[in-house]
Structure formats: C-alpha cells, structure tokens
Design a protein around this ligand. Structure first.
Ligand SMILES: Cc1ncc(COP(=O)(O)O)c(C=O)c1O
Length: 340
C-alpha cells in the first residue's frame, strides 16, 4: 500500500507560498491575460539588472534558470561538442546536453564530496564547449570559494564557456562567494545562472536569469522565444523584488532550519558536511537507504540516489520535525551501518 505524501522535500522548493503583495500583483496581471506579454522581456531585464547593479546588457532572462542554460547551450554548442560537469549534480545537466546533441562528460566528485576543479580542468579538450560548475552545489550544498574559482577560471581555455550555476546563492551567507560584477568583467566566457524558483519561491512561474559580459549575453538572448516570458510571472517577479526584506526574512528562517536539521542529525550520529543551499545531504556510508525507507513511511518525499545519498529540502518546521522523528528511529554506527 502506498503511503500518502505529507511533505514534499524532493525538489528544493520553498516551503512558503507567494507573499500577499505578490499574489495581488499576479491577480492584476491575470485580469489582463487577453494581452500578449512584451515581445522580449526588456522591462523585466532592466528591473533585474538594476537590482543586481549591472547594466541591462549584462542580463538575460529565461524560462527558469534551466531555460537560460538551454539558451546558452543552443548558442555555443554544435552537435558532437563536449559538455563537462561534476557528477553527482543537478539532474538537468545531462538532459540539457542531450537536447543539444552534446557529448556529456561527467567528472566524479572528489572523495570528500566536492566538485573536483582540477579533474574538471583535466577533462577539458578541443571538443569541449561548455563546463558547468554549481555553487552552492546541488546536492551537497558545498560552495566553491572565490579564490579557488578564480584560479579555475583563469585556467579554463578561452574556447570553453563556463556556466556557473548559482541557483541557491541566496542561502549562502559568509561563504566567500565571488563578486559577480568583477567576475563577469574579468571573464567574458562566464555566464552566472540565477533563479526566482528557490529563495523567491516562484518555482511554478519559471523565471531565471543569466549574468555575463554583453557579447555572451547577446548570443544567449538570440535564442530567446518571442513572447516567451509570461506576464503573470513578470508581475510576480517585479513584486518580489519590491518585497526584498520580507523575502530575506524567509530565507533567514530556511537557513536557521537548515542549521537546526544539520545540528540535530549530527547529534543522531549522521556525518553531514556544512551545506549552503536550502537542503541537507545525507551520504553513504551513513545508512541512507534505511533513511529513505523511514522517510517514505513517514510520508516525506526526498531526492534519493540509491546507494549514494539522499537530499532533503529544508521544509517547514513541521516537515523538518517529521524528518527528525523518522530518522531518530535509526542509529548510525561509526562505520555507518544502521542499527534499528
Ligand atoms: C543547481 C540547480 N540549478 C537550477 C535549477 C533549476 O532552477 P529553475 O527552476 O530556475 O529552472 C535547480 C533546481 O532544482 C538546481 O538545483
């Protein structure tokens, strides 16, 4: 018999529905749904650029950050070119490579679970057009410090475009992440990916953006679908940018809950590295398979990679308490085997 899902902690969604002011802006836009949105989302691009303190020609908006990533690949990849990325990582990378006919080159994480920048560099060759790095990393939450990233970027050959996926950047505080404006100024081959799906809680509306040097941004924009960004989503993003302080408080709460979860799980014997996304990563040799079973029985949906690890989105306090109660029933030995 299947157990009903009580808590969706599988997709790193926000536990919060849109703010009242955002819902009001969406309702207003719905009333105008017989009108097309802007041909290209110039208005929204300008608003995001002002908010990021960058000129508008450094910003490209797309259908989620996944949509922007696809536009970038369509702009720079020819069928048969190679695309490198650390693996395990965001499930969409190999799918996107497949969509543009790129040869995927997954590079294993280092034994301590980090993206191995030296191994990624070693994997780049004449066929490589794109290398993806993800910081904070999905699924581990690890960040690439600014100095390590800078060394990496200086060593990436000029014919390779770097996709720096920062979908979770708002959840990373005091982690020494790079300054985006100097980064895209120094590296015209880098596109930084951001999204309104995670910290801003607008996953259903599909708005993401890329930040980069004007030449690269222009190439990515050329892949933009006319009328492709819908007006209700645009209204919601604009209202969200105006509600920055309220949204920041929500992010503070998610960070506090992430730290509480990690602290409690470490107390139960789990080995959990510090993470900087809206998730917690349980990995083998800790008993993740037992955890997956216990959480399913408790009605908690997670992202489970059998025999490898389990990513738990930080949910509401109730959802997180359900997780802790379910996992408290498992004991983790030094060697990582569960005793039930
Ligand atoms: C690393 C990473 N990048 C991008 C995305 C997708 O975000 P969007 O909803 O903006 O397409 C996700 C979603 O889970 C993600 O984990």
């Amino acid at each position: 018999m299947s157990v009903p899902v009580l808590h969706r902690l599988a997709l790193n969604e926000s536990p919060y529905p849109p703010l009242p002011a955002v819902r009001k802006a969406m309702r207003r836009a719905v009333a105008q749904a017989h009108r097309y949105p802007q041909f290209y989302p110039d208005d929204l691009t300008e608003r995001i650029a002002a908010w990021c303190r960058l000129p508008p020609d450094h910003v490209v908006v797309g259908s989620g950050s996944v949509g922007v990533a696809l536009q970038l690949l369509q702009a720079v990849v020819q069928r048969g070119d190679a695309m490198a990325y650390a693996w395990r990582s965001f499930d969409a990378y190999p799918l996107l490579a497949d969509m543009v006919g790129a040869q995927p080159v997954p590079v294993p994480l280092s034994p301590d679970g980090h993206q191995d920048l030296d191994a990624l560099l070693a994997a780049l060759d004449r066929r490589t057009r794109v290398v993806v790095v993800c910081s904070p990393h999905n699924p581990t939450g690890g960040v690439i410090p600014a100095d390590a990233l800078s060394v990496f970027l200086h060593r990436v050959p000029r014919h390779v475009t770097v996709l720096l996926d920062e979908a979770y950047v708002e959840f990373a505080r005091d982690t020494g992440l790079p300054d985006t404006s100097s980064l895209v100024g120094a590296h015209p081959n880098v596109l930084v990916l951001r999204t309104f799906s995670k910290a801003y809680g607008l996953a259903a509306l599909r708005i993401g953006y890329g930040l980069g040097a004007p030449d690269l941004v222009e190439r990515v924009r050329r892949q933009q679908l006319p009328f492709g960004i819908n007006a209700v989503a645009t209204a919601a993003v604009k209202a969200s940018l105006e509600a920055g302080n309220e949204l920041r408080l929500r992010v503070d709460t998610v960070i506090a809950e992430r730290e509480r979860l990690r602290h409690e799980l470490v107390g139960l014997g789990w080995h959990i590295p510090p993470g900087h996304a809206n998730s917690v990563w349980l990995a083998t040799p800790d008993p993740v398979d037992d955890a997956a079973r216990a959480l399913t029985v408790a009605g908690v949906q997670t992202r489970y990679y059998p025999g490898e690890g389990l990513r738990l989105t930080v949910g509401s306090r109730t959802a997180n308490d359900t997780v802790l109660t379910a996992l408290a029933g498992l004991r983790v030995r030094e060697c990582g085997t569960a005793l039930t």
